[in-house]
Design a protein around this ligand. Structure first.
Ligand code: CMX
Length: 436
């Protein structure tokens, strides 16, 4: 922890003059105008937040601290025998702007294991929930049940916490939350889908590999890898998406990381956000069923895609709000699937979709990005190993996004970002303004 603190502090010292200059010298500089359309339309395209951890390039996709996801796959330390950049190493990168060494990741994993035990009260709370409570509801309840353990909360209440120490306690909570979230998530999985038979945490394992073994759906070493890959690829995606923004907003009121991320998880549970991978897998499964054993061809899939559009539905797994190219998260997952299970029927179907669907979407003339997004394959990769409990998929997403959202909270407190309070107006106010 001391190394991590030291590195974060060192980076913050480098960034401090930049932040001061931006505030003092350039505070009045115009970044853009806000239109009536943006005010009604979900604030799309308004540049109005800071997130140091990642930046989205419309063509190359997300970059963690300036590194593309392929860079992260190549450069981040790996588990023995694995080719996947470890997600907990990306946590280190998001926090420090440095690729950790193998020894640093090992030490980080040891620290996470030390912090990973759930208090008995939290175990009781989770175990007492009705099994038909959605796994995302259970996760947010579990995170809130952990809130009394917040070091930030305790320090703040003590009345002696100084503003320049906020980030230290936020980091303490971020580490503990990241340490505990796979334990909590695995417990929820085993309670809901495996009759409450739990698999103990293995302190010799990496963060994501251990999560995979606690889920216990497959003994295949590749299941650990697919989990590592999923958790690395979903760790962060700027701060404007619903879960990251919610976490940031709640944190801006100095609510501690447990409160903040529990709120973010509630946003992730929405069908327009974290639930999309589930929709995509369903679409592929339905399409396969309707094919009734026929080999999928580009012609047949083109017709299926046209029919989906004609029935007024979107084709899940394609398109993006900001990206304008094939999502690199899709590219990496596709490579993994092609390398390891190219003959899986759903993988083969997804391959044909990749050829057939973009031209159909392009032909509509309105879809800004006809290319596949992250969700086009993530469910397919998970179900290959037997993780076919679709209601659980968003929980895995949440375990991963804890890395980005909590890193961002640390940096928000480090930079002393204020409470968020954008201006809202009424329709009448807008009409008057529009008529001017
Ligand atoms: N299938 C059918 N129509 C689509 C489409 C798709 N995959 N993608 C976009 N369109 C349509 C939009 O619905 C919109 O139609 P209207 O003007 O009639 O409302 C039009 O094309 C323009 O949309 P856009 O500007 O290209 O895309 P948006 O920013 O509005 O929406 C997204 C982005 C992701 C919601 C949309 O592409 C979509 O619904 N995709 C399918 C669902 C999906 O895969 N979601 C996962 C997103 C992954 C992520 O967020 O990381």
């Amino acid at each position: 922890v001391d190394t991590l603190k030291h590195k974060i502090q060192g980076l913050a010292e480098k960034k401090a003059p930049q932040l001061t200059a931006l505030r003092k010298e350039h505070g009045g500089k115009v970044l853009g105008e806000t239109t009536v359309g943006q005010c009604i339309g979900g604030m799309r395209g308004i540049t109005c937040m800071i997130s140091e951890t990642s930046l989205l390039d419309p063509m190359e996709g997300i970059r963690y601290r300036g590194r593309t996801l392929q860079d992260c796959m190549d450069q981040l330390p790996k588990a023995p025998g694995s080719k996947i950049g470890l997600p907990e190493a990306s946590f280190w990168l998001l926090l420090t702007d440095e690729i950790p060494s193998d020894a640093e990741v090992k030490a980080l994993n040891e620290e996470l294991h030390k912090r990973s035990a759930l208090p008995e009260s939290v175990v009781k709370t989770i175990d007492s929930l009705p099994k038909d409570t959605h796994p995302m509801t259970q996760l947010s309840i579990g995170l809130l049940a952990l809130q009394p353990t917040s070091e930030f909360g305790k320090a703040y209440r003590s009345g002696t916490l100084k503003k320049n120490e906020y980030w230290v306690y936020t980091l303490e909570d971020a580490l503990s939350l990241v340490a505990k979230v796979p334990i909590l998530a695995a417990r929820i999985f085993r309670n809901v889908f495996m009759e409450g038979k739990h698999i103990p945490s293995d302190p010799s394992m990496d963060w994501a590999g251990n999560y995979a073994q606690m889920l216990g759906v497959s003994d295949d070493a590749l299941f650990k890898d697919v989990t590592r890959m999923y958790l690395m690829l979903h760790a962060d995606h700027e701060a404007g998406n619903v879960s990251a923004h919610t976490t940031h907003l709640v944190g801006s009121a100095l609510s501690d990381p447990y409160y903040s991320y529990a709120a973010g998880v509630c946003g992730l549970a929405g069908p327009l956000h974290g639930l999309a991978n589930q929709e995509c897998l369903r679409w592929l499964k339905n399409t396969r069923q309707e094919l009734g054993g026929k080999e999928p061809t580009v012609e047949v899939l083109t017709q299926f895609a046209k029919d989906t559009l004609a029935s007024g539905k979107v084709i899940p797994g394609f398109g993006h709000g900001v990206l304008r190219n094939t999502d690199p998260r899709y590219v990496i997952q596709r490579q993994f699937a092609q390398d390891n299970f190219p003959n899986d029927p759903l993988v083969k179907l997804a391959e044909v979709c990749f050829q057939a669907i973009p031209p159909v979407l392009e032909a509509t003339g309105k879809v800004k990005n006809p290319w596949p997004n992250v969700d086009a394959l993530s469910g397919t990769c998970m179900q290959y190993f037997g993780l076919d409990q679709e209601d659980y998929y968003t929980v895995i997403f949440a375990v991963s996004r804890a890395l980005g959202c909590t890193s961002n909270l640390v940096w928000s407190r480090m930079m002393g970002l204020p409470i968020e309070r954008p201006k809202s107006v009424t329709l009448d106010w807008l009409s008057t303004k529009a008529a001017e």
